[in-house]
Design a binder for this molecule. Structure first.
Ligand code: NAP
Length: 464
């Protein structure tokens, strides 16, 4: 290992899978220049041609699904089944935006005099720079690259240092599919260095970022001087409300699906479980029975349900939240951290359920990013809604009820961009994913997801 390389560690056992070269600042600036120069011809290419190249990219990914999933599990620690699912999910964005490329419509506005016409058209913004996190190395990349390329933008990405191999592979497959090398590129170095180069560049017209809220705020500030367009997919702290009339078995099942995916390291996973006091005993008993069945281990084993956390910092944050809750009166129903002192390279947290949690505890105040369920009981719906909204985050929220009036009331009052009603897995390429408040700016997915890569231009024709 040298200062010029990035070692990629397998979080399941601490072994080094590979080392990759860090790109020098000069090389990164050269690549930006190339992306900028490639923009004109890519933007000019007809949308049907761009769409067909996107479909070919998707096809190449499908052909190499198993290889990509294996790399993803090795570098991120997520289970192999989840990695296979993520490859399909990542492709679904490419397929969706291959179609949307053909639907970037303009319009004609009725003019206020007979001798005028007003025509509105959409144009790609230019070279787009993306910075992505380690928790979904494939999907966070294609959710940005696919709409950018479909719109006619060129694209340069910096993946997280923990998980660059999946991104490098996807970019290679895009080139194999016929997308020119300068149109989609990858650079590798630390977030701070690349972030500064990206934001200073006048050739980059847009920054799209997925990651933590503090880094998102820095990127917005640094983008101000060049007035870059920004899209931000940031942190979350999702509440999950179980109303007194909910189908308890179904709610338990969906809570587990939402919470333990990727060992709880997802921005939309249920973080604060609010259960009506009349049903909390039954709900928690059934929940704990199932949580105890989850198998923790190396994600490469097909029967593993919950893999390791990504690194020591991630482990320490979650371990601290558990200790803080227990020190302040929470009750441990199952799980807890593994003893990581015996081997500093292993960062497993056993799926944990905590009862009697209150708002003063750190676990209720900050994003967890680990397989821990803190449960709070409530009596009145407004109390549950107030607790849910009492966070700067506004990404995802869930509620379980079979009463349509309760559902309408909760939906009307939750301040979140993504809401699952009797649904613990709301993400889809055809839906506009994104957050309110400090969870971000803009939406990814759906018809909304291509708009941030387009400028609106209008032409007023006179003297007709
Ligand atoms: P992070 O620390 O913000 O890192 C994310 C990316 O930003 C990495 O590529 C990182 O590079 C880079 N970075 C770090 N410091 C930077 C800087 N000063 N300037 C520019 N880039 C910088 O986030 P994380 O902790 O790895 O990821 C988890 C966070 O992402 C959570 O808060 C989660 O909720 C959020 N997330 C949000 C969504 C969403 O759609 N809303 C989806 C997934 C994750 P290095 O690798 O060099 O550190």
């Amino acid at each position: 290992m040298t200062d010029h390389t990035i070692p990629i560690k397998n979080p399941a056992n601490g072994s080094i899978i590979k080392e990759i070269e860090k790109d020098t600042p000069e090389k990164i600036r050269d690549q930006i220049e190339q992306g900028h120069n490639a923009f004109k011809s890519w933007a000019r290419m007809d949308a049907h041609h761009r769409a067909s190249l996107l479909y070919q990219w998707s096809e190449r990914i499908h052909e190499q699904k198993n290889e990509i999933a294996e790399v993803m599990t090795l570098e991120s620690g997520k289970t192999i089944n989840e990695s296979l699912g993520e490859v399909d999910y990542a492709r679904s964005y490419i397929d969706w935006y291959a179609e949307e490329a053909k639907r970037v419509y303009g319009r004609r506005i009725p003019a206020n005099s007979e001798d005028k016409r007003i025509l509105v058209s959409k144009k790609p913004v230019g070279l787009v720079a993306a910075i992505t996190p380690w928790n979904f190395p494939a999907a966070m990349m294609t959710r940005k690259a696919a709409p950018a390329l479909a719109a006619g933008c060129t694209f340069i990405i910096k993946p997280a240092e923990e998980t660059p191999l999946t991104t490098i592979k996807l970019v290679q497959l895009a080139h194999d599919a016929g997308i020119p090398e300068d149109v989609i590129q990858c650079v590798n170095h630390s977030g701070k260095l690349v972030g500064d180069i990206f934001t200073e560049s006048k050739q980059i017209r847009k920054i799209t970022f997925t990651g933590s809220t503090p880094v998102g705020k820095t990127l917005i500030k640094n983008s101000a001087d060049t007035m870059k367009r920004v899209s931000m997919e940031l942190g979350g702290h999702a509440p999950l409300i179980v109303a007194k009339d909910a189908d308890i078995d179904f709610a338990v099942n969906q809570t587990i699906a939402s919470k333990f995916r990727n060992a709880g390291q997802t921005c939309i996973c249920a973080n604060r479980i609010l259960v009506h006091e009349n049903i909390i005993e039954e709900y928690s008993r059934k929940l704990v029975e199932q949580v105890k069945q989850l198998k923790v281990g190396n994600g490469m084993n097909e029967d593993t349900d919950v893999g390791p956390l990504i690194n020591e910092a991630g482990f320490n944050k979650v371990a601290f939240q558990i200790d803080n809750a227990l020190d302040n009166g929470a009750e441990l129903l199952c799980g807890n951290k593994y003893d990581s002192d015996s081997d500093k390279n292993y960062f497993y947290i056993h799926p944990t359920v905590l009862k009697n949690v209150d708002q003063s505890m750190r676990i209720m105040q900050e994003e967890t990013f680990g397989p821990v369920i803190p449960m709070v009981s409530f009596n009145d719906l407004d109390e549950a809604i107030d607790i849910s909204n009492s966070t700067p985050f506004g990404l995802a929220a869930y509620f379980f009820t079979n009463d349509y009036r309760t559902a309408t009331y909760i939906h009307d009052n939750l301040e979140f961009g993504i809401i699952g009603w009797n649904d613990g897995a709301p993400s889809a390429a055809h839906a506009p994913f994104g957050g309110m408040k400090e969870s971000g700016i803009g939406r990814e997915g759906g018809t909304e997801g291509i708009e941030p890569y387009l400028e609106t231009k209008y032409l007023s024709i006179g003297n007709l």
